[in-house]
Ligand binder design. Structure first.
Ligand SMILES: C[S@@+](CC[C@H](N)C(=O)[O-])C[C@H]1O[C@@H](n2cnc3c(N)ncnc32)[C@H](O)[C@@H]1O
Length: 340
């Protein structure tokens, strides 16, 4: 490499990556303090906002102006802060579109565990699991973690739900069960969009009260019910459409294949399986989100990993699915649909 070509190289990208955690943490703290929900009620000046969300004088101006620079807030000529339109829609706790539950999950669970990435890489062992190697027993043994986790899942499902509710031919089917449903964020959105659909969600027993509360809050208790079970031991409930979303990546290959076979067994002839995930691109070089999600599985689970649409379609074909197609559903997530 010549001195000439070195002069065109900058360290900007590297420096930006190295400090990315500061921006993430500023966003997480703003959510924890309720900055966006306060500003959703109307603009506030520095002093009003600082007092309302409980920030001491020393850091307040830098904190709120950082949020302006990060394009989460705007400040007008009179020094009054307001949410950007995106922050107002997605980060106000009082709106249906709130996705802060997932950010809270990243902050409280993901961020501290990512401290152990190097150890996970060296040992190949999960760094999160307290109870006998089962990530979900670990998550559900503490009520406050269960709450953060299920709210986080609901926020994530909220982003994918509008696309799945519109990109699948629901008029050809009557029933759906979402496997590993958490609070039922996805079936609720499907049922809201398609009045003829009934069904529910399948998950571990500790999730039941949270599912039932969430479904009731949306007035859907008559149409969506909870199926309690353990998909490692039990058969899956039947429905014309099964969904497995952000579940397969938690498990090793043998378990992934076993779950796909169980889904095939539970479906009627011509029934459909939808699998959605933050998938890695087939060339494994573009989707940083999918690849980093897979490293998250390395840290959090005993054997889980993310995969490409081509990987998944191969596994689904082996399990007996036909007419496989893959489609992008959000900026980061893709779905693969197959029929029996
Ligand atoms: C990563 S979350 C995905 C939640 C939801 N599908 C979504 O996309 O937001 C995985 C879900 O699988 C459930 N799960 C884990 N192990 C299970 C088991 N053995 N039987 C049934 N459900 C299980 C968890 O409780 C959790 O709700």
């Amino acid at each position: 490499m010549t001195a000439m070509s070195n002069a065109t190289l900058t360290a900007d990208h590297i420096v930006q990556l190295g400090k990315a955690f500061r921006a993430s943490k500023a966003l997480f703290s703003a959510g924890e303090l309720g900055v966006f929900s306060a500003l959703a009620k109307g603009p506030r000046d520095l002093e009003e906002l600082r007092i309302e969300v409980g920030v001491s004088e020393r850091g307040a101006r830098d904190f709120f102006d950082s949020l302006v620079a990060l394009r989460l807030l705007e400040r007008d000529g009179a020094g009054r802060y307001r949410n950007t339109p995106e922050a107002d829609l997605y980060l106000d706790r009082d709106k249906q579109t709130y996705i802060g539950g997932e950010l809270d999950h990243f902050n409280k669970r993901g961020y501290p565990h990512w401290h152990s990435l190097t150890a996970a890489l060296k040992t190949g062992k999960p760094q999160s699991v307290a109870s006998a190697g089962n990530y979900f027993l670990d998550v559900y043994s503490d009520q406050s973690v269960l709450e953060t986790y299920t709210e986080g899942m609901t926020a994530g499902a909220r982003l994918v739900a509008p696309a799945i509710a519109t990109k699948f031919p629901w008029h050809q089917h009557r029933t759906v069960v979402d496997i590993g449903t958490s609070q039922g964020g996805l079936p609720v959105e499907i049922a809201r969009a398609h009045a003829h659909i009934t069904g529910g969600g399948f998950d571990l027993p500790p999730v039941r009260p949270r599912f039932e509360r969430y479904v009731e809050r949306h007035g859907l208790s008559e149409r969506l019910r909870f199926h309690a079970g353990d998909f490692l031991r039990d058969p899956l409930p039947g429905a014309e459409v099964l969904i497995i979303g952000r579940v397969l990546h938690n498990w090793d290959l043998a378990t992934k294949l076993m779950l796909l076979r169980k889904a095939h067994d539970a479906l009627p002839s011509a029934g459909a399986l939808i699998v959605y995930e933050r998938m890695i691109d087939d060339g494994r070089q573009i989707s940083a989100a999918g690849l980093l999600a897979s490293l998250n599985m390395l840290i959090m689970t005993d054997g889980g990993f993310d995969y490409t649409p081509a990987d998944l379609m191969g596994w689904m074909r082996d399990a007996g699915f036909r007419n496989l197609r893959s489609e992008r559903v959000t900026n980061e997530l893709s779905m693969v649909v197959g029929t029996k």
